[in-house]
Ligand binder design. Structure first.
Ligand SMILES: [Fe+2]
Ligand SMILES: [Fe+2]
Length: 249
């Protein structure tokens, strides 16, 4: 049984602790590094930035049907954390002279997919993006010399690991209402979605990901490792290891 009050308490406590890191002058990005990561970080900033209206509407409808009064509040607090990620990345980008993006094709794909079906499908797409984001931020922390950006990435990974725990518990609960055959089919479709999405993200962000030693297979393998960790409680053993930026979810 999903414990809504537990998550309401967690997200309420976390909301009061959200702070923005400001990069100092001696920690700005060098030109070469800035050229390598600027487009990539701008795409992720855009992805984090969402008013979450569709997700909130799905959650409100679902909560009304199932009599879960805490769900809209939990969803709103969750969206607030994602908006904080966007604000944090924006602060870093502006300090380093990186322009904000208004559109990106990968971001558009995730937004369209999220709106296609109901609450369960929206959470599935969201959790897929968060799994990939977790591996990406780990990689970005290794791709930069900036102490501030490394700290931001570690903070993002820590936050996303909480989000992943919340979303997967929610997904398990929603999927638990299905029969075993349909549930297996849904899980298979989710793994296919993850693999295809990870491949698309790899090609869109390959300058950063290649720089830290990822090839498409390695990136997909690490995204799948996150999937197994959060969906099946397995140990996360990334292919690309770097103890200085490891975050345990
Ligand atoms: Fe995020
Ligand atoms: Fe998240």
């Amino acid at each position: 049984m999903f414990d809504w009050n537990y998550w309401l308490e967690i997200f309420t406590t976390r909301a009061a602790q959200l702070t923005i890191r400001h990069p100092t002058r001696d920690d700005w990005l060098a030109d070469e590094e800035c050229a390598r990561i600027a487009g990539s970080i701008a795409t992720f900033q855009l992805g984090e930035q969402s008013e979450g209206r569709t997700l909130l509407r799905f959650a409100e409808n679902f909560a009304a049907r199932r009599h879960i009064p805490a769900l809209p509040a939990v969803t709103a607090l969750f969206i607030k954390e994602e908006q904080h990620h966007a604000a944090q990345l924006k602060e870093f980008m502006l300090a380093n002279g990186i322009p904000l993006k208004k559109k990106s094709w990968t971001d558009s794909i995730f937004r369209v997919l999220r709106k296609l079906a109901g609450f369960e499908a929206a959470v599935t797409v969201l959790v897929t993006a968060e799994m990939i984001g977790f591996v990406y931020y780990r990689a970005l922390a290794r791709a930069t010399e900036s102490r501030c950006l490394k700290a931001i990435c570690r903070g993002m990974c820590a936050d996303e690991s909480v989000h992943l725990r919340y979303e997967t518990q929610l997904l398990m609960t929603l999927r638990g209402e299905r029969g075993p055959l349909l549930r297996r089919l849904v899980e298979k479709a989710h793994r296919v979605l993850l693999t295809v999405s990870a491949l698309i993200v790899y090609f869109d962000h390959r300058r950063v990901l290649k720089h830290v030693g990822y090839d498409p297979q390695g990136f997909i393998r690490d995204c799948r490792a996150v999937y197994r960790m959060v969906m099946h409680n397995r140990m996360y053993r990334p292919r690309a290891r770097d103890t200085s930026s490891d975050v345990t979810a």
